[in-house]
Design a protein around this ligand. Structure first.
Ligand code: NAD
Ligand code: LMR
Length: 329
């Protein structure tokens, strides 16, 4: 077992995703069974007491890998020495709130958190932004951390990716483990573009296994893209355990590597690949090698996929321009 614990900071620790996430991190599912973890929980002052309750429960699990839990209401202290930052806490859209209000409220959270990461994070820091609008919040945080390479700030597309795997497995009557290389392009929003063109099911091309283009266009894509809203409708609250699970999948693959020949979907800063404007944080097909994400290059995109990505990217550019207008980046 490695002896130096990895420091993992989780924001919004007392929220519903936090409650589903922390126990999985502490049990070793994030970084593997040989890596001790130190948890640092960041909350707003009103929620610190609830975070303390969660910390008591973490103690009561007697996780052998858990090397300590500290609770903060100050971002600079919470991110001091952080190796893995999970930025979950965000301002939800309230009644009567315009999109600009939401972006401004989140700018007030993710700007200072990015600055705190810039000031105190470990050199190998990796950040996953879960709080919505995740791609733009990641952009805001990254822009406030000029000393941290931009590709260390990622946004979560993995929940959409896992949703796509599940829909394809159910449609074709196989286990989810038989479905590989789906891509979720663009924004984590209803305008994302879930793409099965290069996916395989049981080792065969997904489009020929599914053999139903109308189902892909009229059922699969909208089901995956609108799944977040469907969960809210059914549960009366947004996805929590599945979001936490996706965060664990994302960081585990980032740190430990993606399986040979397989990619996943990651919200990563664009280098101009696939025509996505440089600097925007977009969903791409990615592999992780030696602890770093790389965009899978050279995939042929159908006209429909290009159009779907263009619509999604237009939304990202609009969000970027809105936060620039508000001087948040
Ligand atoms: P929640 O309301 O249950 O919890 C959010 C927590 O964040 C609260 O405890 C709140 O006190 C805390 N918080 C607010 N501002 C903070 C700040 N400045 N610093 C630290 N903590 C702060 O919400 P949830 O269900 O846990 O969801 C969290 C976020 O994740 C939401 O924005 C949600 O939309 C988003 N989400 C994203 C995905 C995705 O796939 N990217 C999936 C599901 C949910
Ligand atoms: C999700 O995808 O479940 C979340 O981002 C919640 C939402 O608002 O869609």
């Amino acid at each position: 077992m490695s002896t130096t614990p990895v420091t993992v900071t989780v924001t919004g620790a007392a929220g519903q995703i936090g409650y589903a996430l922390l126990f999985r991190i502490a049990s070793g599912q994030l970084l593997g069974p040989d890596t001790p973890v130190k948890l640092r929980l960041l909350e707003i002052p009103q929620a610190v007491k609830a975070a303390e309750g969660t910390a008591m429960e973490l103690d009561d699990c007697a996780f052998p890998l858990l090397a300590g839990v500290d609770i903060f209401d100050d971002a600079t202290a919470a991110f001091d020495g952080v190796n893995v930052g999970l930025l979950v806490g965000a301002r939800p859209r309230g009644a009567g709130m315009e999109r600009g209000d939401l972006l401004a409220a989140n700018g007030g959270i993710f700007g200072p958190q990015g600055a705190a990461i810039n000031a105190g994070a470990a050199d190998d820091v990796r950040v996953l932004v879960v709080g919505n609008p995740a791609n733009t919040n990641a952009l805001i945080a990254s822009k406030h951390a000029p000393d941290v390479p931009a590709e260390r700030f990622t946004a979560m597309m993995r929940l959409d990716h896992n949703r796509a795997l599940a829909q394809l497995a159910a449609k074709s009557g196989v286990g989810v483990g038989d479905v590989k290389n789906v891509t979720i392009w663009g924004n984590h929003s209803a305008k994302q573009y879930p793409d099965i063109a290069h996916a395989t099911i049981g080792g065969r091309p997904a489009p020929s296994v599914i053999a139903d283009d109308a189902w892909v266009t009229d059922t699969f894509i909208p089901t995956v893209a609108k799944r977040g809203a469907a969960i809210i409708d059914a549960r009366g609250a947004s996805s929590a355990a599945s979001a936490a699970n996706a965060a664990v999948d994302h960081v585990r693959d980032w740190v430990l590597g993606t399986p040979e020949g397989e990619w996943t979907s990651v919200g990563l800063v664009s280098d101009g690949s696939y025509g996505v404007p440089e600097g925007v944080i977009s969903g791409f097909p990615c592999v992780s090698k030696d602890g770093a994400w790389e965009i899978v290059q050279g995939l042929e995109m159908s006209e429909a996929a290009q159009a779907g990505l263009a619509v999604s990217v237009a939304g990202l550019v609009e969000e970027r321009d809105a936060v620039a207008e508000l001087s948040l980046i």
